[in-house]
Design a protein around this ligand. Structure first.
Ligand code: HEC
Ligand code: HEC
Length: 565
């Protein structure tokens, strides 16, 4: 009966509400990338799903260095924090009824968890510090067993969109590069996005926090995130997405605003260092600033350089359900059942079946740029300056003997080749400056891909094992960490099919040792035993051993020992 009323009302209201909704994501994700590809930056910055050869996301580097994807989620957040001993806990937030691709699976009892890094680590004598502020974001929906990852690729000058699929207790997680075209339907301009003040969708809003508390039935943090936050938390998250959102614009300013002119980039960098030294004393009308404007005017791309809009209109899901408006909505829109919508990021059609949002609130609606910059704007200068951390500034100042003029003179000594059109890299720039100042260049944790396994695209099918495969135990207790591991040396159970995986396992004789529990337990080599004692797989293997004491021997038999030769 109610459905009938709803249908009738909906039909009657179609004219009123109709044109207010945009195309579904299934259609949008198939549209070709905007044809602005004539500009230099579009040639230098890839828009492929996988990162360009020899470059990787910050997230891959952190996971490879750690050896595994920590589980459960609070441990992953802790890994981010551990990268700066002085850092506070990363910023985390709850969003029970948001607008993300996985929104259908989040609810008040299991809200989406957002996390963002917010620190700049100090440099050490050997290396530059990590600077992930505004460059590393996670979105986790527990009911989808999927983490969405947005992290910056320093060498490629772009954000990478990744997924940790199958992220659940005892599951085999899979770290893949997502289909960019899907992500950028909402993350327009390939940047992080976030609603505007007062962030009613987040647990910074009292009514949203109260709904979460009621649904969870207690005050205990969910996945270590407090159920209620002060408004300062979403505010900071918003700032971080804005900071991050400007980076792709900075790349365009560095590349396109200057075109072929090395002079232009050299002047831009000098002004950025000027600004960094003394923001309050920066003179936007100085001779150098005017010179930059002139150089920019010579090559400025037709149509200007736009800054993607990273802000979404605030939406209040609690208010939407209240009062006469809420009643009207209930009648006129099909209500999602719990669990409706996309189960994974591949599930676009299920997403499209969810009730549509009004265009003004829908992240799929095409947004006009936040700003369109002209050759008179000095935003390239500010954008570059923002990419230096405090520690970077101190390092450069001390290398220049605290003499600002010396630092600027160093820019003049950098080879012209450095200023040829290319992706801007913070690390590369600092090292060029250090060398010009007569100091040795520094290492950086997260550039070299020599020790990383190849990146994996989403949609690659998992390996299917035969019913009596000798690898079944490996699948149960080892694949979670040794297949698709971004660290090359820990990826020794990779392979497209059973035969390939078997060959790789046979080639790794260290496995025999790692499974020799009787020999090493209680010795100083016990920490080499696998699976690691704090993992779910360890607990499961231990339980299975109680049933089948031969299990470890059966696994070891797969890997030829020395006697077999
Ligand atoms: C239907 C729109 C939509 C699509 C498609 C989408 N996102 Fe988002 N995403 C959002 C919205 C809205 C937010 C901000 C608020 C939230 O998380 O609820 C967000 C936030 C995020 C965040 C947290 C950082 C930030 O930008 O605020 C990450 C990480 C993220 N998305 C990753 C991805 C990845 C990876 C993909 C592609 C697989 C993707 N998203 C596709 C709508 C979308
Ligand atoms: C929860 C994640 C996890 C699981 C499950 C796991 N490993 Fe490991 N494994 C690691 C990590 C992390 C290292 C690196 C440890 C180190 O460097 O100290 C490692 C190292 C190893 C090494 C040494 C590699 C080398 O070249 O030094 C072997 C061999 C190994 N694992 C075998 C196994 C086997 C066999 C299983 C299944 C019975 C297994 N692992 C299950 C995380 C895991």
């Amino acid at each position: 009966m109610r459905a009938f009323v709803a249908a009738a009302l909906a039909a009657g209201l179609l004219v009123a509400c109709g044109g207010d909704e945009g195309s579904g994501i299934t259609v949008l994700a198939k549209q070709p990338v905007a044809a602005a590809s004539e500009v230099l930056s579009a040639k230098l910055i890839s828009s492929d799903d996988l990162p360009p050869d020899g470059t990787r996301s910050l997230f891959d580097h952190l996971i490879a260095a750690n050896g595994q994807i920590p589980y459960p989620f609070p441990k992953l957040v802790e890994l981010i924090r551990k990268n700066d001993p002085d850092a506070g806990t990363p910023l985390t937030l709850l969003v029970p009824h948001g607008r993300s691709l996985l929104k259908g699976l989040a609810d008040d009892a299991h809200p989406r968890v957002l996390a963002a890094a917010d620190f700049q680590a100090p440099a050490t004598p050997a290396s530059l510090g990590l600077s992930p502020r505004g460059q590393l974001f996670l979105g986790f929906v527990e009911n989808a067993s999927e983490i969405e990852v947005l992290s910056y690729n320093e060498a490629a000058g772009r954000y990478e969109f990744q997924l940790v699929q199958n992220y659940c207790a005892g599951c085999i997680p899979k770290l893949v590069y997502a289909r960019r075209a899907v992500c950028t339907t909402c993350h327009q301009g390939a940047v992080p996005i976030f609603p505007q003040r007062p962030w009613n969708e987040t647990n910074g809003a009292p009514a949203t926090a109260a709904a979460i508390r009621t649904a969870r039935g207690n005050e205990q943090p969910y996945l270590d995130v407090p159920l209620a936050h002060p408004l300062g938390v979403p505010e900071r998250f918003d700032q971080l997405t804005d900071v991050g959102g400007f980076i792709p614009a900075t790349q365009r300013l560095w590349i396109d605003a200057c075109g072929a002119s090395a002079d232009c980039r050299r002047t831009m960098l000098k002004l950025a260092l000027n600004w960094l030294e003394n923001p309050a004393g920066f003179d936007a009308q100085s001779a150098a600033a005017e010179q930059l404007r002139g150089l920019q005017a010579a090559g400025w791309p037709e149509g200007g350089i736009s800054v993607a809009e990273s802000d979404l209109a605030n939406r209040d899901p609690v208010e939407e359900g209240r009062g006469i408006k809420g009643w009207w909505r209930q009648l006129t829109t099909r209500q999602p059942k719990p669990g409706d919508g996309a189960k994974t990021n591949e599930d676009l059609e299920a997403f499209d079946r969810l009730p549509k949002l009004k265009a003004a609130f829908d992240p799929l609606s095409s947004r006009t740029p936040k700003r369109v910059l002209s050759a008179q704007d000095l935003d390239g200068v500010y954008g570059l300056a923002a990419l230096f951390s405090d520690a970077d500034r101190q390092l450069l100042e001390s290398a220049a003997g605290f003499d600002a003029a010396k630092l600027l003179a160093a820019v003049d000594r950098i080879d012209d080749a450095y200023f040829a059109p290319a992706v801007y890299s913070r690390v590369k720039t600092i090292n060029a400056l250090l060398v010009a100042l007569g100091s040795p260049p520094r290492n950086y944790c997260c550039l070299d891909t020599g020790e990383l396994s190849p990146p994996v695209a989403s949609g690659e099918p998992p390996v299917v094992l035969a019913a009596n495969s000798p690898l079944l135990h490996y699948e149960a207790y080892c694949f979670a960490c040794h297949r698709g591991n971004p660290a090359k040396k820990l990826n020794f159970m990779s392979g497209v099919d059973e035969a390939a995986v078997l060959a790789n396992i046979k080639a790794k004789d260290a496995i025999r040792e790692a499974l020799d529990w009787p020999r090493y337990q209680g010795t100083d080599k016990a920490n080499k035993l696998m699976p690691p004692t704090d993992s779910v797989q360890h607990a499961r293997l231990q339980a299975a051993l109680a049933q089948n004491p031969e299990l470890l021997d059966e696994m070891r038999a797969v890997v030829p020992g020395l006697f077999d030769f």
